[in-house]
Design a protein around this ligand. Structure first.
Ligand code: SF4
Length: 744
């Protein structure tokens, strides 16, 4: 293969297009990595509509990870204290299918769970939904989007009637005021942020407000940084709304004709006068008033948010609080404005569209809606009533199910819950109790592989063809440019083969992923995410933004059938009466506020170079040098009180666990608040897991855990009587694979 192949960066939800060309170029030496593997050449795709040729360090170095630490063959063991042995695909799948059959007969299908990932392509997601929810009749499919975007989903659905960010990236160039809350976009969504920053720099009247307890690189360039106390977002949002209403920045015609529930909202925000809000948030009244004035005097306000909003026991209410501001000022459905969630993962959006959470079905349908269940059952040709009307197990419910013994088989796909779930020591203990865990991933070792009975090698980015949807609803065909390593297979093929062996051969007749996609898009017909005009063949020409019904007009407003780039341009929303809903919600604050025993609030987040649990980025030299170790950000005043100096090792303890980090003394973090990066699992350091500290309390609507805040205490390590160190769980052998020992 010599031609350039078009694909998508498989990291964050910005969804940057990539051009990939083979390592061997005429007349040039082959570039190789430290293990001697040829490195494919990757650069930004100038023709991709979302990224226009831009990539960050992760996208630019992605090719260096392709051959490192790959899982190449199926492997099996009877218990976790045994070594894995290599087996054939047939033996591995026979083992899994026999276990599934026996569980269905004894405990029922609800004893089977699959935990997937925003790394999966839409075709992978769709086939998994069909197997679990359609064929087996259990809704126990959840994905790590539960930890990432599920509050945004719930907020959009409750306020606007359907999931789906209404904005597009062009709005970054058109806005008068960017309101960035709970997002360090400069590090976590750099290409989106660069575009916004360029617009901001060029146009001096354009304002940028950043709400974040940390002075992040995003906050550094803002006109106004509101360093609110963690857990006071709702106070701030209601406080801004209070001022907008008081000052008359209010679109009464839009509110009366296009929205509902305004009186209840107005009553709630009447309790949020500036002095009270400023005191609760820990900001000045002047700054609060400035933020409201920026909002009120701007014609086009664009809100951007991410995990800092979503990962909260009030995540849904926060999302709705942001949308409230857009509704009261009529800032939605027009160029340059609207509520715009920035997706964490490359295909979290595709997962949402294809039903990849335990409360969803394909086409933005919900398991609790009888008509929507019936539509899917009819389409799949399965008996009426097969799809359960109950939510399946969320990610955290799966952990509880392992603890109670209600789960007999856990199938994990392309994610690393032994690092990424909250209260990770409890998570790891639950995983140890799993009677049977299938781990399907492209990489080995990972922390989660230690808990698996079966390892299934998955083809990854570049080795399979499929689709992904980015934050602005643009669907890109990610084309394969080389064969899978070893015996690895695409996720959808593995899941479909299990379905066939379970006796559902007629439901999985697909010869390739294009056929999977062709079937899937039929389930989006006349839905808010209508993609019936999209196919792999059409996407091979260029990426396409949905809605894209099969009339074949780019970006259609489903209300008017007119071409558009944004949703709700006709100001009719996806609710039964077409009106958007105001929410009326009082602030409750953190689930675990600081107290005398645990006096600090610990927050966590990502760094510019690393991705999630470092499965890929931890193997890339440039990124390792950029971020060699985790750290604890602490304000100088707190550091002085505890006699902590720069680089001192500090033990952080919560009610659930402990971790150790070198101190980074900085005014970037507010007094009383601490920050650690979340990328380090047991493979990358001793006692450096951020999630050893976090708790699993979650939002009642979205079930998204409050990963962003927990109460902790600090102990400088030098002061401790005994400094205990975890023994290495991992020992590298000569073939550069890793033997995993489970220690009790
Ligand atoms: Fe990849 Fe996100 Fe960086 Fe774009 S911004 S190159 S999608 S990690």
């Amino acid at each position: 293969m010599t031609d350039t192949t078009k694909t998508l960066c498989p990291y964050c939800g910005v969804g940057c297009g990539l051009d990939v060309s083979p390592p061997a170029q005429p007349g040039k030496a082959i570039n190789r990595d430290s293990q001697g593997n040829p490195i494919w050449k990757v650069k930004g795709d100038r023709n991709h509509p979302s990224s226009q040729g831009m990539v960050c360090v992760k996208g630019a170095t992605i090719a260096e990870s392709i051959d490192k630490n790959r899982l190449r063959y199926p492997m099996l063991r009877d218990s976790l204290d045994q070594p894995f042995r290599r087996v054939s695909w047939d033996e591995a799948l026979t083992h899994i299918v026999s276990r599934m059959r026996s569980l269905c007969a004894t405990q029922g299908a609800d004893a089977i769970c699959m935990y997937g990932s925003g790394q999966m392509q839409t075709e992978d997601y769709y086939v998994a939904q069909k197997l679990l929810k359609g064929c087996l009749g259990t809704n126990n499919f959840d994905s790590n989007s539960r930890l990432c975007m599920s509050s945004a989903v719930a907020g959009y659905v409750q306020s606007l009637g359907a999931d789906g960010p209404p904005c597009c990236y062009e709005d970054l160039d058109l806005t008068d005021c960017a309101f960035i809350i709970g997002s360090n976009a400069a590090e976590c969504h750099p290409i989106v942020f660069n575009r916004l920053q360029k617009h901001h720099k060029k146009n001096h009247d354009v304002k940028m407000i950043v709400v974040d307890p940390r002075r992040t690189p995003t906050a550094e360039v803002a006109d106004l940084h509101l360093a609110i106390h963690p857990g006071t977002d709702i106070d701030l949002l209601n406080g801004i709304a209070h001022l907008l209403l008081r000052w008359g920045y209010f679109e009464s015609e839009f509110v009366s004709e296009c929205t509902a529930n305004f009186p209840a909202f107005a009553e709630v925000i009447s309790h949020y006068p500036p002095d009270i809000v400023a005191r609760r948030c820990g900001i000045s009244v002047e700054d609060l008033e400035t933020s409201a004035r920026y909002w009120g005097t701007s014609k086009r306000v664009l809100s951007l948010w991410s995990m800092g909003v979503n990962q909260s026991t009030e995540g849904t209410a926060k999302v709705r609080g942001i949308i409230n501001l857009h509704l009261m000022t009529g800032q939605i459905g027009k160029p340059g404005c609207g509520p715009f969630s920035l997706t964490g993962q490359p295909n979290a959006m595709g997962g949402r569209e294809s039903g990849g959470l335990c409360n969803l079905l394909p086409g933005y349908r919900h398991v609790q809606n009888a008509q929507e269940r019936a539509e899917v059952e009819k389409f799949w040709g399965i008996p009426a009533g097969r799809i359960s009307s109950n939510w399946g197990r969320t990610a955290w419910d799966m952990i509880i199910g392992l603890e109670t013994g209600d789960i007999g088989l856990l199938w994990i796909v392309a994610t690393n819950p032994a690092v990424s779930l909250p209260d990770v020591k409890r998570t790891q203990a639950a995983l140890l109790r799993s009677p049977f865990t299938v781990y399907q991933d492209a990489y080995y070792p990972t922390e989660t592989a230690a808990y698996a009975h079966v390892l299934l090698p998955a083809a990854q980015w570049g080795e399979k063809t499929g689709t992904m949807t980015n934050s602005e609803r643009v669907v890109t065909l990610c084309q394969a440019f080389r064969p899978p390593v070893g015996e690895a297979k695409p996720d959808w093929e593995i899941i479909a083969e299990v379905g066939r062996r379970l006796g559902f051969a007629d439901k999985f007749p697909f010869a390739n992923s294009a056929e999977v996609y062709a079937e899937y898009v039929q389930l989006t017909r006349d839905r808010p995410c209508d993609m019936t005009g999209i196919s792999h063949a059409r996407l091979a020409q260029d990426p396409i933004q949905w809605p894209y019904p099969d009339e074949g007009v780019r970006g259609v407003d489903l209300g008017t059938r007119e071409s558009c780039k944004r949703l709700y341009t006709n100001l009719r929303f996806a609710t039964p009466d077409g009106r958007a809903r105001f929410s009326a919600y009082h602030s409750r604050g953190l689930a675990e506020p600081p107290d005398a025993e645990y006096p600090f609030v610990l927050t966590n987040g990502r760094l510019y170079g690393h991705w999630h649990t470092q499965t890929r980025t931890g193997r890339i030299e440039k990124i390792k040098q950029m971020h060699p170790q985790p750290f604890l950000e602490i304000h100088p005043r707190d550091a002085a009180k505890l006699k902590i100096q720069e680089n001192d090792l500090v033990e952080v303890r919560s009610r659930r666990g402990k971790a150790q980090f070198p101190a980074k003394v900085t005014k970037a973090i507010a007094p009383g608040t601490l920050f650690v990066p979340m990328h380090w699992g047991a493979l990358w350091g001793d006692e450096t897991e951020a999630n050893a500290l976090t708790h699993p309390e979650h939002d009642p609507d979205s079930h998204q855990p409050e990963l962003k805040a927990c109460a902790v205490q600090l102990i400088p390590v030098a002061l401790k009587a005994n400094v205990s160190k975890l023994k290495d769980n991992f020992q590298q052998n000569q073939s550069n694979e890793i033997i995993i020992r489970i220690t009790s």
